[in-house]
Design a protein around this ligand. Structure first.
Ligand code: NDP
Length: 244
């Protein structure tokens, strides 16, 4: 029965897999047996990922043409994913009334629209297979906002609403759709926010900032057959900073 946690027969696509949470997810899912397609925006990052044993392709998630091109390539290679982890994300600080329209658009395109385009590209294959996993990386800020991150919160709240709708639309096809909402996780994104004056540690009840592996473990579970009765859910992982 516990074989349900294995990912030996799965192909997973993870966006923004070259660093931070995405890289940790890629490593753990590979360890659990999945074929991992790890996407990145820079050639040197793709080369690094290939040297680590991943299949790597270029993908800027805001370029719809690149998503379509990637889909064609994966189809030709018989590597269509049945697990999709939309992880690539953008977080910047600006008070709402000072926020430039282009930063609003860029945040929505990266954190929300990309998840829609990727789901559109890969759900038909999952439907045919009768098995699929959509895992969208949201944020605690979707439900518990902070000053200066309205655009980010809006994008992640939208992502959670979108994911619930997918869960309903594809429940009968063996596809689950869930979000993971991390709190403060030690990556470059947090380092950037720290530089912009945010302080985290003394806001966290468990008295530590999370690590990418905390998020990878729950992603591996949601990817597996063992999670087949969980759909439309957001799993919070935040050391007690927020209870849903
Ligand atoms: P990082 O800043 O460390 O990494 C962001 C990743 O997203 C990088 O791989 C980056 O690529 C990629 N990326 C950004 N924009 C694009 C794009 N247009 N196309 C392709 N890739 C892109 O962030 P984290 O690892 O911390 O974040 C991963 C996810 O987790 C994000 O969705 C984030 O919102 C979410 N999250 C993180 C939290 C945290 O505390 N760290 C808390 C809550 C949620 P490149 O290297 O080329 O820039």
């Amino acid at each position: 029965m516990f074989d349900n946690l294995k990912l030996d027969n799965n192909v997973v696509l993870i966006t923004g897999a070259n660093r931070g949470i995405g890289l940790s997810i890629a490593k753990l899912l590979k360890l659990r047996g999945a074929k991992v397609i790890a996407t990145a925006r820079k050639k040197e990052d793709s080369q690094m990922l290939e040297a680590m044993g991943f299949i790597s392709h270029y993908l800027d998630v805001t370029e719809v043409d690149s998503i379509i091109k990637l889909k064609k390539t994966l189809k030709l290679d018989s590597l269509m994913p049945d697990i999709l982890v939309s992880n690539a994300g953008l977080g910047t600080v600006s008070l709402s009334m000072r926020l430039k329209r282009n930063l609003w658009d860029q945040t929505i395109e990266t954190n929300l629209t990309a998840a829609f385009e990727l789901a559109k590209a890969f759900i038909p294959h999952m439907s045919k297979k009768g098995f699929g996993r959509i895992i969208n990386i949201s944020s605690v800020l979707a439900r518990s906002p902070q000053v200066g991150l309205a655009h980010y919160s809006a994008s992640k709240s939208g992502l959670e609403g979108f994911t619930k709708s997918l869960a309903l639309e594809y429940a009968q096809k063996g596809i689950t759709a869930n979000c993971i909402a991390p709190g403060f996780i030690e990556t470059d994104m947090i380092a950037d926010l720290r530089k912009q004056g945010m302080d985290f540690k003394n806001k966290i009840p468990v008295e530590r900032v999370g690590v990418p592996d905390d998020v990878a473990e729950i992603t591996a579970f949601l990817s597996s057959k063992a999670s087949s009765y969980i759909t439309g859910e957001t799993i919070h992982i935040n050391g007690g900073t927020y209870f849903s």
